[in-house]
Design a protein around this ligand. Structure first.
Ligand code: HEC
Length: 120
């Protein structure tokens, strides 16, 4: 019996997504990438969002959500933030702050490193 419970708990934990993953899903679903870039690196006049302070990102998104914009360019963000819940903003902000370029980590896979003295 106990093993079944452990197994079920394990299966549920596989289902649960981290805030980072939820934020990443939102970033794609809400098409944030279309302006801020696929790697949140920014594009033209659209600011980079990767690895920026979570508190500031959340502050800005909440400001945009309450339809406050300081410049005409920022007004663009109002449409994209009105539908966001507090949890959405939290997850998005965690994703932006902790952003890791997964392609890069794969490209520099060093698991095949050779060991030894190089044959000298
Ligand atoms: C249509 C283009 C567009 C889309 C789509 C868009 N943004 Fe923006 N975003 C902007 C513009 C423009 C600004 C304001 C830049 C400025 O201050 O000059 C901005 C600003 C921001 C800022 C504040 C950055 C700062 O440095 O102050 C955050 C955070 C942000 N966007 C997050 C998001 C998120 C999250 C999404 C998806 C839900 C999103 N944006 C979708 C255009 C866009």
């Amino acid at each position: 019996m106990r093993i079944i419970i452990v197994l079920l708990l394990y299966l549920f934990s596989l289902e649960a997504k981290t805030p980072y993953e939820l934020g990443k899903d939102l970033y794609v679903a809400k098409a944030c990438y279309s302006c801020h870039g696929h790697k949140a690196e920014g594009m033209n006049t659209f600011p980079a969002l990767a690895n920026r302070a979570k508190g500031y990102m959340a502050y800005k998104l909440k400001r945009f959500r309450s339809k406050k914009a300081d410049t005409q360019a920022q007004q663009m963000m109002i449409t994209y933030s009105v539908g966001l819940s507090d949890a959405d903003i939290e997850n998005l902000s965690i994703f932006m702050q902790d952003y890791v370029d997964e392609e890069m980590t794969e490209r520099y896979d060093d698991s095949f490193q050779t060991h030894g003295d190089g044959g000298s």
